[in-house]
Structures are given as C-alpha cells and as structure tokens.
Design a binder for this molecule. Structure first.
Ligand code: COA
Length: 585
C-alpha cells in the first residue's frame, strides 16, 4: 500500500509506525502538517491509498478526507473524543485506557472506528505513557486497520451520537475539551502528594502545570514523590516550602510528604529569555544556591528518586552490576555527564563480571542537552558554543570510560529510544540489547548538519564497515531495533515490552556472567582494544571528530545554532525534510 503519514512533527509514535509499516513492505512517505495546501499537494503528488495521521494538532482539511481515506490515531478508547484524551485519563487516574484508529470526517474524533486496542495505565507521566503503552497500542490498532483496508472490510458509518466499534458493539461518545490550567492547578496547602503527582503527570511533557516558585510564575514538570531519607528529613518543614535540591530537582513540601520537581519552564513575562524547560535548579540558580543538597548514595533502595542508581545481582565471582541513568528526556548536560562518569568509575571498582548500562526508562539517551546549551546563550559568563563544547567533551569522557573498560563485559540495555549521540554512547559498550519496540536515530545531521562525536567514527565502522556506516549516517531515518539487529548495529532484540525489559535481561546477564569461557572473552577483548589502539589511538578519533564539531560550534556556518534554537523553542516546521517527503521531486 502507498501510505502517507501526516503529522505535526515526526515524533516517536510517527517514527515507530513509519518503520513498522515500511518493514511490512508498504511504501511510505511523510508530510508534516504545515498547511492545508501543502497536505493537498502531498496527496496529489504521492497518490496514497491511505493517509494515516498519528500525531496532529489540527483537523485534516475536508478537501483531503473527502478524496483520500484518512485514518486518525486517537489516544483514547472508542467513544472518547477531544484533544486532551490522555491528559484527562492521567489526571483522573483511569485504570485502563486505549487507542482508537478512526476515519476522519466532518466531526472531531467521531468517524467510523477501524480498529482499537486497550492497555493498563501505569503511575507515570503522560509523555512516558505516550512513548510506551500508547505507542504499542497504536501500532496494534494501525496494523489492524491497514489489514482491514487490505481485506476491503471497512467499518459501517456511525450514527451521529455513537461510534460503531467493529468488535465491541456501539458505545456512546464523550467529548472532553482541551484541559484548562484551572483543572491542573495545584493547591500546595491542601492537595495531597497523590493529587499533586496526578496533576503534574497529566501535564508532562506538555504543557506543564502553571504555578509559582520563589514568587515567579513558571510551569512545572518531571515530578517524583519524596520517599526514604528525603521523606524523613521533611518532618518539621513548612507545607508549600521548597526545602532542598538533588540532581537538578527542587523538593517541595506537601501536606503529607513532598514532591521533587525536576524541570521548570519560566514564564517569558519574567523577562527571562529562557522560556523553555530547564532543570529546576538551573532555572532558579540563585535561589537554589541557598538550598541544601540532599544527596543519596548510588547504591540504595529503588524507591528513592535520584537520576543515577547502581545495584548488583548474582553470586560472588559472577556478579552483574546494573547502572541506570534516568535523565529527563534522555538529554545529558555537562553536569549530568560528569555525574555519570563518576558513577561509572565507582561501578568499575566493584567485583563484577558484567556491567549493564540501563539508561533511562523512557530514553536510553538523546545526546547532549540542547536546552541547557541554549540557556548558556543567555548567561554573561558563557555562550551556546562554549557550552556545546563542554557538553560534547563531557559526553566523550563517558564514552571513552566505557570503551576502555576492558576488565569485564559491558552491555548497553535500551529500555527506551535512543537518538544521535545517545546511540553512539550505547555502541561504546561491548554489546547492545534492546526491546523490539525501541527506535534508534543513529545520526546527527538532523541537528543542523552536526558532524557528531562520541567516537562514532571508531564505533560505527567497527560494527558496519565504512561503507554501511556512511550510508546509515546519510539516510537520517529512524531504525527499529529488529532492523538494527539485522544490520549488526545491535546484538539482541528481545521480544518483550519496555516495562518488562529490565526484569527480562537480568537472567541473561547472570548467565553471561557465569559463562565458563568469559575470562578468555575478556582477554580477547583486551587484545582487540590494544590492537585497535596501536592502529589508531582513541585520542586521534576524538581529536578529528572534535575539530569538525569545533567548526559546527564556532565556525561561520550557523546551521547548528539555528536548528538547536528551533528545536528548543519548538518552532513550527516550515517544510518537510526531503529524506522524509519522498513524494517531492
Ligand atoms: N536535548 C534536550 N532536549 C531533548 C533532546 C536533547 N538532546 N532530545 C530530546 N529532547 C526533548 C524534546 O525537546 C522533547 O521535549 P518536551 O518534553 O519538552 O516535548 C522531548 O525530549 C521528547 O523529544 P521528542 O522529539 O518529542 O521525542 P521523540 O522520541 O519524538 O524524538 C529524537 C526523539 C531523538 C529524534 C528527537 O528528540 C531529537 O532529534 N533530539 C535531538 C537529538 C540531538 O540532536 N542531540 C544532540 C546531538 S548529540
């Protein structure tokens, strides 16, 4: 089938559908939703059998849905309608939710239902649910809808107030409007921690909850309950007060506990240019400087929040170390890289045979922290170029530490997606394992033709050879884990869900640690590394990559700075990149 994806941006869900449909032999092209006339033109050029809209913020024009079958992916069960479906479900802590694929018509989310899928909700942010459960369910429903289309088995048109559901009878429609900030508002003096978390989670990644910190208007994101030592230390502090900091987050007292707030977007009205998300302690740097740091050890119970955690499994002599680094949105600032490097060095002191690098729950890593870099442009003592330089060097230090870990086997476990430098950081490990739904973007050029570093010029050709490495970087397309495994970029693609991956890899890691010939394998690894070093030292790869990056950051061509500004400020797309819109000559 010829399938045109129409989306507001080529986001994780759109990428997953794109890669999955392509893998099933369909012909895919993408158009970003820029204007009605651009969509009309895309249909005229591509002549699709079906247009699929995985992520739209506006309606599909009538001229288009009247001439082409248009299927919209709605993140709600059949009968649910409206633009804030998931926000309401998270806020109201609905136990089950779903995804519906319905046909676009004159009514919003009320066309014939082609397919739907359900899932259990989890106490997590809207963004996390979207990237995991919603994406999995959307894939099931879209594939089912495409199958029905292939079988020429369309659903019946619905009556005006009901939705015809092919395999679930008819259900009534519920229109839920966009969620106003008044519905999200937090009353810090009265709401419980659970109520506050539901509000913050229902608004994360966008639009956040409008609030105030230190008397300044801002939006709050990235909430975690205070537990363990933080909860004990909160006793005696004033309700509503911001009392401490940890890993860039601020701890605010609630009536029955406390909430860590990891990310903040200051209001433009504050006269601050940085009206985009930043780690809370960076957004409120002078205020945070007066707060105590309530740090926790790397090895601790898993219910106490902090970005980094280390634990071990298995018998003495065959132990497996697990290091997780759950950085918001997978973005790794200079300071986060430095903390990760210190944690990695600490983990290497331990007597383990296998070290698992578990990244974060939602993303393994997305490379350098573009928001923190953008913020540096507004600081008198720094610049975006200087911060980019510090950040890429800090990333490289982590990658180098990993490459030169030759006394045990390292495994990068992709629980979530990985992009740009985050993919190459994973390749710095000996093995890369992922769940079948992980999407990789192993390229840098989408960010203003960035050359990239993280030793990719060493790591990628050693897996793919020089020709295929160049081709992969040139294509700039998302890759499914299974495709990545087929081409040799990954070692294992586990048929498991993102939620179960962490649990499922442990037996395999323990088995690896117990392998009878592991010492020989480690010896062989040391020999290969020494031989590679003799042919061309790691320092040389780094120097060459960084000389190109220096030009990206400090040179005459401003493409990287422009692309980063657009990305961080979420400016609407003005055109669809040619590598996606293959229908354009
Ligand atoms: N720095 C800062 N924020 C980042 C980031 C980065 N490197 N990568 C992703 N994010 C943020 C996005 O701004 C978005 O923020 P939001 O929560 O405010 O909406 C969030 O992470 C999710 O990103 P999104 O683009 O919606 O996720 P996706 O899964 O659809 O797409 C990528 C993933 C990797 C393709 C895309 O995020 C991307 O291109 N990131 C930039 C990668 C990069 O160029 N890194 C620098 C070079 S190493």
């Amino acid at each position: 089938m010829r399938i045109l994806l129409l989306c507001h941006s080529f986001n994780s869900l759109s990428q997953r559908l794109f890669a999955a449909l392509k893998a099933r032999g369909h012909q895919l092209s993408v158009e970003l939703d820029i204007s009605d006339s651009v969509t009309e033109e895309a249909c005229a050029l591509f002549q699709p059998d079906v247009l699929i809209a995985p992520f739209l913020k506006r309606r599909i024009p009538e001229s288009v849905w009247r001439s082409v079958l248009c299927l919209v992916v709605h993140p709600g069960p059949p009968g649910d309608r409206g633009p804030a479906a998931l926000d309401w479900a998270v806020l109201e802590q609905t136990p089950q939710w779903g995804v519906t694929v319905l046909q676009a018509n004159a009514d919003f989310d009320a066309g014939p239902v082609w397919a739907h899928a359900r899932f259990d909700m989890r106490p997590a942010s809207k963004g996390s649910l979207y990237r995991s459960e919603v994406t999995e369910a959307a894939l099931v429903a879209v594939l089912r809808a495409v199958q029905r289309l292939g079988d020429n088995d369309p659903p019946e048109a619905p009556a005006p107030t009901t939705v015809a559901v092919a395999d679930a009878g008819s259900v009534g429609c519920t229109w839920r409007p966009a969620m106003p900030q008044t519905a999200r508002r937090i009353d810090w003096l009265n709401h419980t921690t659970a109520e506050i978390l539901a509000r913050l989670r229902g608004a994360d990644g966008q639009p956040g909850v409008q609030d105030e910190l230190f008397g300044l208007p801002c939006h709050l994101f990235d909430a975690h309950p205070a537990t363990g030592t933080a909860l004990q230390a909160l006793a005696g502090t004033a309700v509503g007060a911001v009392v401490a900091q940890r890993d860039g987050a601020l701890l605010r007292r609630t009536v029955d506990g406390g909430v860590w707030i990891g990310q903040v977007r200051l209001a433009r009205a504050c006269g601050d240019e940085s009206a985009f998300k930043l780690p809370a302690t960076l957004a409120f740097a002078p205020e945070a400087a007066t707060l105590p740091v309530w740090s926790v050890p790397l090895e601790r119970e898993d219910d106490e929040w902090a970005e980094l955690r280390y634990w071990e499994q298995g018998p003495a002599g065959a132990r497996v170390g697990c290091l997780s680094f759950d950085f918001y949105n997978g973005a790794m600032s200079t300071e986060q890289c430095e903390r990760l490097l210190a944690a990695l060095k600490q983990a290497k002191q331990r007597d383990t045979r296998v070290l698992l690098l578990l990244g974060g729950r939602d993303f393994f890593s997305n490379g350098i922290h573009l928001n923190c870099i953008e913020a540096a442009a507004h600081r008198p003592d720094s610049s975006a170029a200087d911060e980019s330089w510090r950040n890429i060097n800090a990333m490289n230090d982590v990658a180098q530490e990993l490459i030169s870990t030759t006394d045990r086997i390292t495994v990068a476990v992709l629980r979530g997606n990985a992009g740009a430098g985050g993919v190459f950081l994973a390749l710095a490990a000996d093995e890369v394992w992922a769940h079948q739904g992980a999407v990789l973007n192993p390229h840098y050029r989408n960010m203003g033709n960035l050359y990239g570093s993280e030793y990719w010029t060493y790591l990628l050709p050693r897996r793919l050879g020089p020709e295929r490495a160049r081709e992969l970087m040139r294509q700039r397309l998302p890759l499914l884990a299974a495709d990545a495994q087929r081409m040799g970029l990954l070692d294992r693609c586990l048929d498991t869900s993102p939620a179960a991956l962490e649990r499922d890899v442990i037996p395999d890691a323990l088995a690896l640690a117990l392998t009878y010939n592991l010492p020989e394998r480690i010896l062989q690894k040391q020999q290969v590394r020494a031989a590679d070093e003799a042919i061309r030292p790691l320092a040389d790869y780094r120097k060459e990559e960084l000389s190109r990056m220096h030009r990206n950051f400090y040179g005459f061509d401003p493409s990287y700075h422009v692309a980063r500004y657009h990305f961080v400020h979420k400016l609407p797309h003005a055109w669809t990149p040619r590598h996606l819109a293959v229908h354009r000559p």
